[in-house]
Structure formats: C-alpha cells, structure tokens
Design a protein around this ligand. Structure first.
Ligand code: 6LW
Length: 506
C-alpha cells in the first residue's frame, strides 16, 4: 500500500481546481493580489505537482490594483476545464465584482505556455466554473446572493447566452459557493462548499437528471468536512473532482494546517488530495467523509514513492528573468526591479510597507512552518529610506529587518507591525551598508539574525508567529518571505542590492 501526505501543494494555494488531459492532470489555484496570477501545476500521480507557470502573467492581460478591500483582493477561485484539447480557466477578479465585470476566462492549447487575453462575461458574483456536457452544450455555473446559478455559454461567440437559473441554495450552511458540475451514470452532480472557508467549511452535493434541476441533496451531506474533529488539517472545503484513466475518482480541496489554541494558521489555505469512491451513485470522500493528513492508497494514477518533500531553494539572481517562485503585489505599473548580474536591485518609490500598494516588493511563499531564509543586502539609505527582509502577511501585519538612516548612521532595525501597533524593537549600527539578513520560522516565533563583515551570526530579535496568522490579521492568504525597498514619501536615491537568497524548509 502506498501512502502520501497532505497537503500535496503546500503554502498559499487555495481553491484548487483540477482537470485531466490524457495522463496529465492540471491544477490551478487562487492568487489574490499577487502577480503573476493563477499558478498552474501539472502532475501524473496527483501527489507531486510541478509548477509550470501562471495563467495571468502579462501585465497587459489584467490590471490588479489596490482596492478598498482590506486585503485579499484580486483573483478568487479559478476553475480549469479542457475541451477538444483547449484549456479554459474561468475566474473572478473580485476588485471588479461589484460592477459585474469580475468574471472572465482565458484559454490556451498549451497550459505551460501563454494564455489568451481575458474574455469578460458580465456575470454576477464569484466562483465561476464551466461544464462541457457530452451533448455539445456548454454551461457557466456561478455563485451570487448565496445561490448557485447556471446559464448557457457560447464558446464560439465567447459569451453567456440564455437566462440565468438558480439551481441550488445548499443544505442551509452559510456561503454556498464554489460550484462544479460533473456528469456520471446519467446524473448531473453539483458539488459546492458551505459553512464559509473557516473551521465550519464543508463540501455538499446534490444531483439531478436534468442539468437545470431540480437537484436533490445527497442524504449523506456534508460529503466531506473536518469540522468539529480533532485533525491536523482543518477548514476542509472548496473541492473539485476528477476521474483518472483507471476510472478512479479523486478530489482536490483546500485545508489548513493549524497550531496553537484556538487553532490558527499562517501558511494560507493549502491544496489537499482526497480519494473518492462511489456507493449507490453518491460519492464517499476520504475517510467516511473526513480528510486524513496521511492517506494509504493503491490507486494513485501513476507511480509515487513516499518521501518527505522539503524545499531547498537558492536564487543567485544571474538570470535576467526572475524564476516563477517570485511574486509581486498587484500588476506592476512600472519596472521596480532589475536582475541578472548576480543581484536583485529594488528601486524603492514613495510608498511605505504599511501602504496598500504595488511597491518595490518581491516575495516567495512560506510553505512550511519550520523554515530558514537568508539574503545579502547592500544599501546606502538616505533619510526616510529603508530596504530589507520581511515576513509579510499583509501591509498591516509584518515583521522586518531593514537598513535605515538614523542620526547620519546606517542602522539595522527590527520592526514589527501588528495592525495599528508599530514598534522598532532593535537598532544596530552597520559600518559599511552591507549586511546578511537571516530569518527563521517555527510555530512560536519568527527570529531574525544578522551577520556583518566578520561573518559572525548574531541575534537581532524575534516576534511571535501567532500575530502573523490569518486568525489575527489576515483573511484568505498566507505569509510571504519578501525583499523590499521603500522611500517612505519619496523615491529612493539608490537601489537596494540583494544577492544569494536562500529559502530552506527544515
Ligand atoms: C473563494 C471561496 C472560498 O472565492 O474562498 O473557500 C474564497 N472558498 O470559494 C477566496 O479564496
């Protein structure tokens, strides 16, 4: 019996959607205000996923800009489907949701290559998905006003046709959302989430002989939930089903790895894999409707050998294009960085880290609780300017080590911001504008260290992990380890030069 461990995609990769072409499975996830948007991965065994690109990676494709939403704006809940060898990814940019202009799709023949420009659909609400029926009809399913609705879709004309029909309101849980439709043995199955994306999250199902209903609820609802269970993975929900070439069914869903009491999480909502069996024409998810962290199965669609997966990432900044691990905030409005000569140069503008803005910031996801990151920084700060290494939940919740100018001297500071509380915890004079910054994370603390010319590692200070969790200061996203430069009111006079970035999971 083979075993695998959940999550199968670690870090902030929520709202998974999956489809299959031949022996390859393709997975997309939400990306919120981060750019490039909608990461896409592929796998043959459903456990090991290779990140192959982003559906939204050209600046002219989509403008993700700051909004009045406190955080977690932008791209919510993509869905991916394949028809006649063309892939379609439909998604909401919630920033435009109120104008009913948030839902759009992009398509491609090559999921690892370029995706089309967005085709806006003018539909209401969030969490769109497509269903391609075997009779040739295509449908759009969406969520609006706590109801699931369907309408016909004309892919040739690239628009919604026909009227909008409400097909289900769920079983009475809050936030019925994330709908997907499947056809099996003459039934249309409608899979949704209820209970909200927090600890009451659950997956429910209904079925009908006609696509527009009436839908009858599954007698065993919720078909998947970890609510009220003492499990290492909580908040299980927002699922999508896929059948493999052997006729076995699987679901991907989101879940959180929590710690502390009451449970909290800092890595965002991650992607889980759930085996699904069918009994009496209803699906049985996971362990009698709940999700275990470790799963034994003989059915994975391709060979997998269990191994503990830990990232050991090094970026030497010698390539002219940053690799796909890096994200910035919002669609960049101007070029704020330069790389390729062994450094990453960040050109800080007038923004401050506590602004909600697309500033000189580049980060990688924190994907495990226990990690170590380090980077070398050379920066000559002028008045107001700063550059450094931050552990960043959002613009109001972050801890950072940064070089600043104080009383005519370059100093290394440790600062923490937790909501409106803001404190500089440490200040150390730095003789030659050069420092190595190190950050270690565990379930208790984020701990910063530094090295000056003599190479000796010294403690800068630490901050509690608990205050950089979704439950304290976040919403839909997880923490990023990021490099940044800020002019705090003016453009920085010189770039901050970062080199030799490492991120290692322990
Ligand atoms: C998404 C909704 C959800 O639109 O969270 O967990 C929202 N489910 O379906 C954002 O990720």
């Amino acid at each position: 019996m083979a075993k695998y461990q959940n999550p199968v995609v670690r870090g902030c990769y929520p709202d998974p959607s999956v489809c299959r072409r031949g022996e390859w499975f393709y997975l997309v996830n939400s990306s919120f205000e981060f750019f490039p948007g909608v990461p896409i991965s592929r796998s043959k065994n459903l456990v090991e996923w290779e990140h192959i690109g982003y559906c939204i990676d050209r600046e002219e494709q989509l403008q993700l800009s700051p909004t009045l939403r406190q955080s977690a704006s932008g791209i919510f809940a993509p869905s991916i489907r394949c028809k006649d060898d063309t892939f379609y990814m439909v998604v909401t940019n919630v920033t435009e949701e109120e104008k009913d202009n948030g839902n759009f799709y992009v398509w491609t023949k090559d999921p690892a290559g370029a995706w089309s420009d967005p085709i806006f659909l003018g539909t209401e609400g969030i969490d769109p998905s497509f269903f391609f029926d075997d009779d040739g009809n295509d449908y759009y399913i969406g969520t609006s006003n706590h109801q699931i609705y369907i309408c016909t879709l004309d892919l040739k004309e690239q628009k919604i046709t026909g009227k909008r029909t409400v097909i289900w309101e769920g079983t009475g849980g809050s936030y019925p959302e994330g709908p997907h439709i499947y056809k099996k043995s003459g039934w249309y199955y409608l899979l949704i989430s209820e209970g909200g994306t927090e600890r009451s999250h659950m997956i429910t199902m209904a079925r009908s002989k006609q696509i527009e209903g009436p839908y009858e609820a599954c007698p065993y609802n919720p078909v998947l939930t970890n609510r009220s269970l003492l499990r290492p993975i909580e908040s299980v929900g927002h699922a999508d089903l896929v059948e493999d070439l052997n006729g076995n069914w699987w679901a991907v869903c989101l879940g959180t790895r929590t710690f502390s009491y009451p449970p909290k999480h800092n890595l965002g909502r991650e992607t889980m894999l759930v085996p699904v069996n069918w009994e009496n024409d209803w699906p049985v998810f996971g362990n009698h409707g709940s999700l275990d962290q470790e799963i034994e199965t003989d059915c994975l669609p391709a060979k997998y050998t269990y191994c503990e997966k830990k990232q050991d990432y090094y970026c030497d900044f010698t390539s002219e294009k940053l690799d796909q691990s890096w994200n910035c905030l919002y669609t960049p409005q101007h070029s704020f960085y330069k790389t390729g000569d062994g450094t990453l140069q960040l050109f800080g503008d007038e923004h401050s880290l506590c602004d909600m803005a697309g500033y000189a910031w580049l980060g990688v996801r924190q994907c495990e609780h226990n990690t170590k990151a380090s980077v070398e920084l050379e920066f000559k700060p002028m008045a107001q300017e700063e550059a450094g290494l931050t552990i960043f939940m959002n613009h109001k919740h972050h801890y950072e080590a940064a070089l600043v100018l104080q009383d005519g001297t370059t100093k290394l500071i440790l600062r923490r911001q937790i909501g409106s509380l803001y404190r500089i915890e440490q200040e150390i004079a730095v003789p030659n504008d050069k420092v190595t910054l190190e950050l270690e994370s565990d379930l208790d603390n984020y701990t910063f260290y530094y090295r000056l010319e003599d190479g000796k590692r010294k403690l800068l200070g630490k901050g509690e992990t608990v205050y950089l969790t979704t439950e304290v200061g976040g919403s839909f996203t997880g923490n990023y380890i990021a490099l940044y430069a800020m002019g705090n009111g003016k453009n920085c006079s010189s770039p901050a030069k970062f080199s030799n970035f490492t991120y290692k999971e322990i």
